[in-house]
Design a binder for this molecule. Structure first.
Ligand SMILES: [Zn+2]
Length: 166
């Protein structure tokens, strides 16, 4: 899914169980793979240097620049939204940790492209295995609206859980 979606899910988990940062990190990291298993739309990358399925040598061109901008904006949007939606002054850092841990598996894919060693090899294999084969490529509109709908459900469930555990 988009990094925005992963960051929001990670932040939501952190806000539900904010007590122990180690558990937040593990749960948010694990959530990445479960979320990737849901049929979804992915932003396609144009540079072969950052595409983990190609892993071409670094080429500093327009495509790479465009991908860095898109990836950076996507991650930043997710982190800002997660903090805005779920954090309080007491939980700011743990929400930030959850959002970043939710994104981390995709960042590790880029590391894997440059550094093909364990445990990155096994992690990459698992990531590809669990990732849905259904990419909703046919319609960008369906892809984006389904992801927005998914996030609305996540946010609604999270707010409901605050109320439930109060
Ligand atoms: Zn992923």
């Amino acid at each position: 899914m988009t990094l925005t979606a992963h960051a929001i899910v990670g932040g939501a988990i952190a806000s539900i169980i904010p007590k122990d940062p180690a558990i937040v990190f593990c749960a948010a990291f694990a959530s990445h793979f479960l979320v990737d298993a849901i049929p979804h739309f992915d932003i396609s990358l144009t540079s072969a240097s950052v595409n983990p399925n190609i892993g071409a040598p670094m080429k500093y061109d327009k495509a790479l620049f465009r991908d860095f901008l898109v990836i950076g904006a996507d991650a930043l949007l997710g982190i800002v939204l997660a903090i805005f939606l779920f954090s309080s002054p007491q939980t700011f850092w743990v929400i930030l940790l959850g959002a970043c841990a939710g994104i981390l598996p995709d960042a590790l894919q880029f590391l894997y492209v440059r550094f093909r060693h364990e445990p990155l090899i096994s992690l990459q294999r698992f990531h590809r295995w669990i990732h849905t084969r259904n990419h909703l490529k046919d319609s960008v509109l369906v892809g984006i609206s389904s992801q927005v709908l998914f996030l609305l459900v996540v946010v609604a469930f999270t707010y409901w859980s605050y109320w439930w555990t109060r």
